[in-house]
Design a protein around this ligand. Structure first.
Ligand SMILES: Cc1ncc(COP(=O)(O)O)c(C=O)c1O
Length: 338
């Protein structure tokens, strides 16, 4: 009986070459979903490598999401959407096996989402008018149809908002950077949970801001500690991800949300509320932009519910200095459709 034999590249370690050959074969359809890989000993004999090398190769292919090992039965090509699971896991494969990369939170791959996106992108590509609109310059705040769509989406997800209050951004990170650059001057202090989203720290660094870490417990940021910090070194802005802090996953307690709104008024700081994480409505707390609407900026993104690479997000900001970008488009600018 013939068995599937990988063609190995001469570069790199043997086990990695075998794992890569498995990935290639699945991608090209040479190995079909559900197909059994050759028994390890037979493959080792045919390739002239030790059985340990094949065992390690199969384990690596499994770690990357291409195959699954069934005890006592063998190793099989993954049946459920092997491609997207593997692409998902491959993105994380730089980290040493057995460690978790907490710097990004990613939605699990879902074949239906990928299919739906494919259909929509194909529709866009075949409609000249829609395609043209999608690739031309847009107004700074985003075209009304996009803002309405985002507002409807946010409202359905438990973050009620009017389309008029939205600025379309290129994802949550863009919104965070915009806020820091608009509201804080180089050298100023901002505060955040002591364990916080690395993208916030990067954006603050770029804007030459100092980040002060506020202690936290299982209910999120410690408001007494924040109060003490405000008395000593008042920050210009406090950044929080109340619904599932990245990286701890903690939720900010309801009473603490109220306290944060009060502290913001007493010490006159802005709140940057990161609403990028996806949580079902029933599990969300009250958004801070509802509790302190006059001083909270809310950064939303479709990254965790649709696809991070599309770079679509929105920023909600109160009127005034926090909304400096909201100046109306010059009427003479022909490209500015509202
Ligand atoms: C808490 C948090 N905020 C913001 C972002 C960035 O969002 P986006 O990918 O839309 O820029 C991420 C991405 O992982 C995140 O986890």
């Amino acid at each position: 009986m013939t068995i599937w034999l990988p063609s190995l590249s001469s570069q790199g370690t043997r086990y990695r070459s075998i794992a890569e050959a498995i990935a290639d074969a699945v991608r090209r359809g040479e190995l079909a979903p559900g197909q059994k890989l050759p028994p390890q000993r037979r493959l080792a004999d045919r390739l002239g490598v030790t059985i340990g090398t094949v065992t390690r190769a199969y384990a690596e292919a499994e770690r990357q999401g291409w195959v699954v090992a069934r005890v006592g039965s063998g190793t099989y090509v993954r049946e459920e959407d092997a491609g997207s699971s593997a692409a998902f896991l491959a993105g994380r494969s730089d980290a040493a096996a057995g460690t978790f990369d907490l710097s990004l939170s990613l939605p699990p791959p879902h074949p239906l989402r990928a299919q739906a996106l494919g259909r929509v992108l194909a529709e866009i590509a075949t409609d000249d008018a829609v395609l043209q609109r999608a690739v031309e310059y847009q107004s700074e705040r985003g075209v009304p149809a996009h803002r309405e769509q985002l507002a409807a989406w946010m409202t359905a997800l438990g973050m009620p908002v009017e389309a008029e209050a939205l600025l379309v951004t290129q994802g949550g990170q863009h919104g965070i950077s915009l806020v820091l650059q608009t509201l804080a001057r180089p050298g100023e202090r901002i505060a955040a949970d002591v364990l916080t989203y690395p993208g916030l720290i990067g954006a603050a660094r770029q804007a030459h801001l100092k980040v002060l870490g506020v202690p936290m417990d299982e209910h999120g940021m410690d408001m007494q500690a924040l109060g003490r910090l405000c008395a000593q070194q008042p920050p210009r802005l406090v950044y929080v991800t109340p619904d599932q802090n990245n990286p701890t996953g903690r939720l900010l307690g309801e009473d603490r949300r109220e306290q944060l709104a009060q502290l913001a008024r007493r010490h006159d700081f802005w709140i940057l509320e990161d609403g990028v994480q996806y949580l079902p409505e029933a599990e969300r707390g009250t958004p801070l932009y509802r509790l302190a609407p006059e001083r909270t900026l809310f950064a939303f993104s479709t990254a965790k519910v649709l696809a991070g690479g599309l770079r679509i997000g929105a920023l909600v900001a109160p009127p005034g200095p926090a909304n400096a970008w909201a100046k109306p488009c010059a009427p003479r600018a022909g490209w500015c459709r509202r």
